[in-house]
Design a protein around this ligand. Structure first.
Ligand code: ACO
Length: 323
């Protein structure tokens, strides 16, 4: 059977780093509160000339270089983002243009923090369906543009950045010994809309709006939702917490990551944690964490890697792949 195998990976971060202490003059908060409640120490914040498209382009170019490919080799770009450059056209098409691609097709996916997990799953289906041989899957966000910078309960949590994978069709045996995407489980439930949303949009207010979150409510649901989809993937594949090599979760809060790993019986040293460096970068957080663990030599060819995310909607999901 056809498998979607990772051929390259890349990432990009805005130049400016904002430390927790930099908030102390802006809102009533402290480095200690932020670090203790979330694990976050710093985040990158985009300058005016850094956008979801420019960061996504930079991550895509890095992934292509890592794969030893050029834009000519790509058939499809799937961009996961909730902070597009414009309401339309899709920022994926803008990235396609920036890469000089005059062939193939590109579109955006909107599943908030779960966007990258949804996008990998979608790319896998396009590859398996024969519509694309090589896909650039990008998560790129500039959440700093939709934050209420006077709301201490949200503005300290998020950051900007981008990460990208090149997925390529490869013949596999149809067993979990294959490289590539092995299984996925996706969910959404709109009854939770009011717990995490942006209070604007083209069809309602005509404005972009600002992020609103009932943090405690999101926290309450997060661990159960994350562990449900991972257990579904375990059941589909026969993989267990013991046989898994790496757990690459959405980077929203260190306490959610720790509690999920504990509930699943995943050893602490298998969890890739970058929330202290990047904050919550929504759809970019999983590929940024993957990039970090590949670059430092932790994730190697043949390793079994579980990706998971949960976010606004609510949306949530998990993907198991062999690197
Ligand atoms: N600095 C200091 N105090 C603060 C801050 C701050 N930055 N923010 C809130 N507080 C205060 C609150 O006002 C509250 O004060 P009170 O007790 O006087 O009312 C107190 O700290 C405790 O607030 P809680 O919200 O209960 O704090 P909690 O321990 O739940 O931590 C947090 C808040 C970090 C937001 C946590 O709930 C969380 O991580 N939630 C999940 C977020 C998440 O996972 N999002 C993922 C999806 S994101 C996406 O999809 C876009």
């Amino acid at each position: 059977m056809i498998r979607s195998v990772v051929r390259g990976i890349g990432s990009a971060l805005p130049r400016r780093i904002m430390k927790n202490a930099d908030f102390e003059g802006m809102v009533e908060t402290s480095d200690e509160w932020i670090a203790q409640r979330t694990g976050i120490r710093q985040r990158h914040i985009a300058a005016d000339d850094e956008t979801t498209a420019s960061l996504g382009e930079a991550a895509a170019r890095a992934a292509l270089a890592n794969a030893g490919l050029t834009p000519d080799d790509i058939d499809l770009i799937v961009l996961a983002t909730s902070t597009p450059n414009n309401t339309f056209p899709a920022t994926a098409v803008e990235i396609q243009n920036r890469l000089g691609m005059r062939h193939g097709f590109a579109f955006d996916m909107q599943a908030v923090c779960s966007g990258f997990v949804y996008a990998v799953t979608t790319a896998d289906l396009y590859i398996k369906g024969g519509l694309a041989k090589r896909v650039l899957v990008i998560g790129s966000e500039t959440f700093s543009r939709i934050l209420d910078w006077s709301d201490r309960s949200t503005c300290v949590l998020f950051g900007d950045g981008a990460g990208a994978l090149v997925l390529e069709a490869e013949e596999g045996q149809g067993t979990i010994a294959d490289r590539g995407v092995l299984a996925a489980s996706l969910r959404s439930d709109g009854t939770h809309k009011d717990k995490l949303y942006v209070d604007g949009g083209p069809s309602t207010t005509g404005t972009v709006g600002h992020l609103k979150m009932e943090g405690r409510e999101v926290f309450k649901h997060a661990v159960g939702m994350i562990t449900d989809v991972i257990e579904d993937v375990f059941a589909q594949t026969g993989v267990s917490a013991d046989t898994l090599d790496w757990f690459v979760p959405h980077q929203a809060n260190k306490r959610i990551i720790d509690a999920s790993a504990k509930k699943l019986g995943i050893a602490e040293d298998k969890a890739v944690v970058t929330v202290h460096l990047h904050g919550n970068t929504s759809a970019a957080s999983v590929p940024l964490a993957l990039s970090t663990a590949v670059a430092d030599g932790r994730i190697k060819k043949g390793d079994l890697v579980m990706l998971e995310a949960m976010g606004g909607g609510f949306t949530w999901g998990a993907v198991l792949l062999r690197w």
